[in-house]
Design a protein around this ligand. Structure first.
Ligand code: GDG
Length: 488
């Protein structure tokens, strides 16, 4: 499906329906400037084509006691509606339940998950607040596409406002095995709320299966034909849509004249063998274990001493949450220990950059790196893995060393797959990757490129929008008579 193949074009009866995107944050967008990041780029393309609304938090915390809407803003065919959250809503919804309890549990880090019923009530309150504001904006035939773990209760709140629109949710994170989800005391409320969506999109079959497993084994529900599930008196279609990247654009971005100049300057300051990692500073990304693995590599494979640099780019993230401040301190200490132990007067093995860089620096860096080291403990997909592979020169590509627990591993199985908890295994993969003959590198890269071209960012968006377009909302259909699902 090409970029112009949005579903409304094919379905005469719904061609007029607008797309309403709802995400926790509305990305800061400016006319004529490219949007970075998978979610923003993907939904922006869809909104630009069909026109529509993007609704969400502005990123600002309001001074008053109430969360308040901002005046609407128009960028091309897109209307942006944002809300400033009150301090209480921010603390309970964003810092509290969403990022303090749910995010760690979704990533299997149950020891880091802190649950509080008051915060969960705050999470529901903000979902309701979003729904009440949206209810005033949406028309009956609009399609609503919500994103991510912040909005699991949005469809339920919209239904309570009497909305019968088609509503879909794409979950960017993993959906954990039921026994892990059930460590969150409000698990049943969450899954019940999710069943008010018409369409639930997951990154991988593993995530979808975990959700179906909860429905069938723990919610007394049923798996119906056509990828539908029935529980809590609702029928929901659950499908897999692995998010992708704009493959050709990424390769082109490594080669623009400005970026080439950047690359030349970087090359002058780097050694021949660059191992590169780029992650938000988040415990789910496995940075501590990765630093340990690099130390193990230096210890076990001394022939590489003086001849390899590991560069970790880690822009700060959610810095007002305690666990995120702790990981930052730990990594600084670990980087110091590794360099203290192995560095020479003319060689510093680890460069740890705790800040973000513009895309025109990142893309040529990806292209320069012999190894892309991507070892999250769990990850919904991991776009860095795909961007790294897309940025490589097909004639002389680098090697992707990828965690088996990243969603990307289900597609990029031609990478060197590793267990992120196995320091010796990662060290061995680094040694193997650095020494890998060109023929094998080319073969592995070609296999990854083929998968990524087949399933790029357009495919992800088009498939989701098409499936949501084809769903009949419960108010339009007899229970159990929803349109048969596609089985892609
Ligand atoms: C969530 C899920 C899922 C990173 N540092 C800089 C920078 N980045 C860009 C990368 C990439 C994006 O941020 C990160 O995406 P990831 O997928 O790796 O990770 P999350 O942020 O955790 O994303 C994840 C994703 O949603 C999409 O569904 O894959 O599993 O957790 O695009 O390039 N960009 C710039 N400077 C940086 O320093 N410009």
């Amino acid at each position: 499906m090409g970029r112009s193949g949005a579903a409304g074009d094919r379905m005469g009866n719904v061609a007029v329906s607008r797309l309403v995107v709802v995400s926790n944050r509305v990305a800061p967008i400016t006319e004529g400037e490219p949007t970075t990041g998978g979610l923003a780029a993907g939904v922006m393309d869809a909104l630009k084509e069909k026109g529509g609304i993007w609704f969400g938090w502005s990123g600002e915390v309001s001074a008053g006691a109430e969360s308040l809407p901002n005046p609407e803003r128009t960028v091309g065919a897109i209307t942006l509606y944002t809300v400033d959250l009150s301090r209480r809503d921010y603390d309970e919804f964003y810092r509290g339940f969403a990022n303090g309890a749910l995010w760690p549990a979704l990533h299997y880090q149950i020891g880091l998950s802190r649950f509080d019923w008051t915060e969960f009530a705050g999470y529901r309150r903000v979902n309701t607040l979003f729904a009440q504001s949206l209810a005033k904006l949406v028309r009956d035939d609009d399609m609503i596409w919500a994103h991510d773990y912040h909005l699991l209760c949005l469809a339920e709140a919209l239904r309570a406002e009497g909305k019968t629109n088609r509503i879909g949710l794409f979950l960017h994170t993993p959906f954990p095995a039921p026994q892990v989800l059930m460590t969150v005391p409000a698990h049943e409320e969450l899954v019940r709320a999710m069943c008010h969506y018409d369409l639930l999109g997951f990154q991988t079959e593993t995530d979808r299966t975990a959700f179906a497993d909860y429905i069938v084994r723990w919610a007394g529900g049923d798996a119906l034909e056509g990828r539908r599930l029935r529980a809590f008196g609702r029928t929901v279609h659950a499908e897999v849509y692995p998010i992708g990247v704009h493959v050709e654009e990424i390769r082109a971005q490594t080669e623009t004249p400005t970026n080439r100049r950047t690359a030349t300057r970087m090359r002058a300051s780097l050694l021949d063998n660059l191992i590169l990692s780029v992650d938000r500073l988040d415990y789910s990304k496995g940075l501590r274990q990765r630093f340990g693995s690099f130390g193990r590599f230096l210890q076990d494979y001394p022939t590489w001493h003086g001849n390899v640099t590991f560069m970790q780019i880690a822009p700060p993230s959610r810095a007002d949450i305690q666990t995120y401040r702790e990981i930052r301190r730990e990594l600084e200490a670990e980087a110091g220990r590794i360099n203290g132990r192995f560095a020479e007067v003319d060689w510093v093995p680890l460069r740890y950059l705790n800040k973000s860089f513009p895309r025109n620096v990142l893309m040529p860096l990806y292209a320069e790196a012999q190894i892309g080291l991507v070892t999250p403990l769990r990850d919904g997909m991991n776009l860095v893995a795909k961007e790294y592979a897309a940025a490589q020169d097909p004639e002389d590509p680098g090697v992707l060393v990828l965690s088996q627990f990243a969603g990307a591993a289900s597609e990029l199985d031609a990478a060197l797959l590793v267990n992120p908890y196995d320091e010796a295994g990662i060290a061995a993969a680094l040694d193997r990757g650095l020494a890998m003959p060109r023929e094998e590198r080319c073969e592995r890269h070609a296999a990854m490129l083929a998968v990524m071209r087949r399933n790029n960012l357009d495919t992800w968006r088009d498939r989701f929008v098409a499936d949501l377009t084809e769903r009949l909302s419960p108010s339009h259909a007899e229970p159990g008579l929803a349109t048969p699902a596609s089985t892609r």
